[in-house]
Design a protein around this ligand. Structure first.
Ligand code: CCH
Length: 289
């Protein structure tokens, strides 16, 4: 059953519902992991595989799944994402016709939906690059949490996003947490890190102070349990960003709508979708230039 014909028969219909179901099954398969869910780290994988995109030269982005290889797999920004890639490996083995790049992006979408977030438009069509066929991307394409609003804009404008989309995307920090052994930062942004909500924005509007510790500068709330990164604080310190924080804190439906659109766009940056009948296999795309 593992033999994949070089030219899939015209009867072959990739079953994306089965892949979605397999991803859902893995999300809460390990009580010991973090808050009992692989959802957040899978969302981070989908974001980091896509967020390398540069609209100026059309390099980077989810197409190619180049994070399988060094140097990208070893970037500091990608620390911990080996976990996310590993838990998807059995699914890739079970459905060998799906590309890693489609699988990683679909996993982020399925995780957000399963955690109570909006439905996100997703379509297949990404193809994987071979290790010897890819020009390594320069490190530094993903944002650095200790920097400021100018840095955040530089990085996200380079991908083709505007201020509203930046703030909407940042709302993904409602889920998950920081890990000392990955980024050096510690803690979750909300008290419900496995529920996708507008909680990041409502928390951001509260009171925050610098955490007193020897680690990198981060902010904590009065309970000392929640955290914000310097780049998160810039979402309220910067007036243009702040107006969207206010909007999304008040209106979760609007946040869900804007997040779904921006996240879908993120996962498609630089992907050369063919005009194709979606009933044909995505396992035989045109070779990469
Ligand atoms: Fe993020 N993020 N993120 N982030 N992120 C971290 C964790 C998550 C930045 C820094 C960090 C987005 C934007 C930014 C998630 C989704 C998104 C961590 C902790 C840092 C640091 C990593 C660790 O220690 O495990 C910065 C800087 C920016 C932008 O300026 C965007 C956009 C998204 C998705 C749309 C998710 C989810 C996590 C939690 C991962 C986990 O393992 O729990």
């Amino acid at each position: 059953s593992s033999a994949i014909p070089a030219t899939p028969s015209k009867d072959f219909k990739p079953d994306y519902q089965a892949v979605r179901a397999a991803i859902e099954d893995v999300l809460e398969s390990n009580d010991e992991y973090d808050d009992g869910s692989y959802g957040p780290v899978l969302v981070r994988l989908a974001w980091h595989t896509s967020g390398t995109y540069d609209k100026n030269d059309n390099t980077g982005g989810s197409n190619g799944a180049t994070m399988r290889f060094g140097p990208e797999s070893g970037w500091g920004a990608n620390a911990g994402l080996g976990d996310a890639r590993d838990i998807l490996e059995p699914i890739k083995k079970k459905f060998p016709w799906i590309s890693y790049s489609d699988l990683w992006t679909l996993a982020g979408v399925v995780a957000i939906e399963a955690m109570g977030g909006p439905q996100i438009k997703w379509r297949p069509g990404r193809s994987d690059k071979e290790e010897n066929g890819c020009v390594p991307l320069p490190d530094g394409r993903l944002p650095d949490a200790s920097r400021d609003n100018k840095h955040v804009r530089d990085v996200f404008y380079r991908m083709g996003f505007n201020d509203q989309e930046i703030v909407a995307l940042m709302g993904a920090h409602a889920i998950g947490r920081c890990h000392a052994d990955r980024s050096g930062f510690v803690g979750p942004w909300t008290f419900s890190p496995t529920t996708f909500s507008n909680g990041y924005f409502t928390e951001l509007k509260g009171k925050w102070h610098k955490k007193k510790w020897n680690g990198p500068i981060q902010y904590e709330d009065k309970t000392g349990e929640l955290m914000m990164l310097p780049t998160d604080m810039w979402m309220v310190w910067d007036k243009k960003f702040r107006q969207y924080v206010d909007l999304y804190a008040k209106d979760q439906d609007k946040f869900f709508e804007d997040f779904a659109a921006a996240f879908s766009k993120l996962l498609e940056l630089g992907v050369p979708f063919e005009k194709r009948d979606f009933n044909t296999s995505p396992s035989s795309p045109k070779p990469m230039a």
